[in-house]
Design a protein. Structure first.
Length: 362
């Protein structure tokens, strides 16, 4: 617990050391058994010999609406084969099996990507499932791979593999033109916002944890405390949320609304912070919460764990994990109507210790 409290100090700098936040952070780390990321395509520069060399001109930023459909019941996932250089369809998920990453497509194909994606660094999948982003040990940077064409781009960053020994986050904008690479805890590196069109790298305050970044560069950052959470969108004033929380979605299509999972706090309960199976909408620019909406359609044996990409103006992605470890690691991905709280099931992930699903914020 002392080590986790030290990590929280790195996150909040002058924030007071509090048992509540430490316990909440510990709970978040335990949930890393199911790792989820929201990610989208990137077009950047390949790093060669420490020099960024452009290999393509990125397309203009466009709003990408994720197309997530349930896995057809008659599709059987095939035995994994080595990941080919190109010709791979849109992904449903990525998962680790015996320490090697596997990719599963919506059509049921399965690929062993262990020779391409090595180590425990970040892995992100675009919201449409057509590109992956990961740490390339040879190039020592984050690279983006188009699964259909096989084209690869690299970010204008030089990173050590030890960057990802600590906690970290990789955030990509919907078009992939911008990314945030951030870490915290012992041995962490820089927190940076990378503009892939301009080739620029902007340092971010390491006291703030990144939630998402838009194509316009609107990065959403949070700073949890014991009894509230500060939230700000770069270029705007920060707002205050009335509880400790870190389970956010990216910005909604309107560019200002953000969703979070509701929580309750009881100092006499263990754990002190528990989710109350509600969803809350907040104006991330001006502040102010809408009334909590009770989630429905998610079985009691599943715990709402993460929010993610917006599928429309009214539906946001939700991932729910088993409440008991004996039930395994298979999670269920839903689309939730933020007006009514009604959830509809999209698909069930593989039962694996580490999973990455398109469109979710880890």
């Amino acid at each position: 617990m002392n080590a986790l409290r030290d990590d929280l100090h790195e996150l909040a700098l002058e924030a007071p050391s509090v048992d509540l936040a430490s316990r909440a952070l510990a709970g978040a780390r335990r949930r890393r058994a199911v790792r989820l990321t929201v990610s989208v395509a990137a077009a950047v520069a390949v790093v060669t010999g420490g020099v960024a060399v452009a290999v393509g001109v990125p397309e203009r930023a466009t709003v990408v609406t994720p197309q997530v459909s349930p896995l057809p019941s008659d599709v059987i996932t095939q035995e994994a084969r080595p990941l080919p250089d190109n010709g791979v369809g849109a992904l449903l998920e990525a998962y680790q099996q015996q320490g090697r990453w596997h990719l599963r497509t919506r059509e049921g194909q399965s690929y062993d990507a262990g020779e391409v994606i090595q180590g425990d660094g970040p892995l992100s999948i675009t919201a449409d499932g057509r590109r992956i982003a990961y740490f390339d040990r040879k190039l020592r940077t984050i690279v983006v791979r188009d699964l259909a064409s096989g084209q690869i781009w690299g970010a204008p960053l030089q990173l050590s593999a030890r960057t990802f020994d600590a906690e970290y986050a990789l955030r990509l904008s919907p078009s992939g033109m911008r990314m945030i690479v951030a870490g915290w805890g012992a041995g962490r590196g820089r927190n940076v916002l990378v503009d892939l069109v301009e080739g620029s790298v902007k340092e971010l305050d390491r006291a703030w944890f990144p939630v998402s970044v838009s194509d316009t560069g609107a990065a959403v950052l949070i700073r949890p405390f014991d009894d509230h959470t500060s939230l700000r969108v770069l270029g705007h004033d920060q707002i205050t949320l009335p509880d400790f929380t870190y389970d956010f979605s990216p910005l909604a299509p309107d560019g200002k609304t953000i969703a979070r999972l509701g929580q309750t706090h009881d100092p006499d309960r263990r754990p002190q912070i528990q989710q109350d199976r509600t969803i809350i909408l907040t104006d991330a620019l001006a502040g102010g919460d809408r009334p909590r909406v009770k989630l429905s359609g998610v079985p009691a044996e599943l715990n709402p764990a993460r929010l993610g990409a917006w599928l429309s103006a009214d539906e946001v992605t939700l991932l729910a994990v088993p409440t008991s470890a004996r039930d395994g690691n298979a999670a269920t991905v839903y689309a939730v109507d933020v007006r009514t709280g009604q959830a509809r099931e999209l698909f069930v992930t593989q039962d694996a210790p580490r999973t990455t699903v398109p469109g979710l914020v880890s």
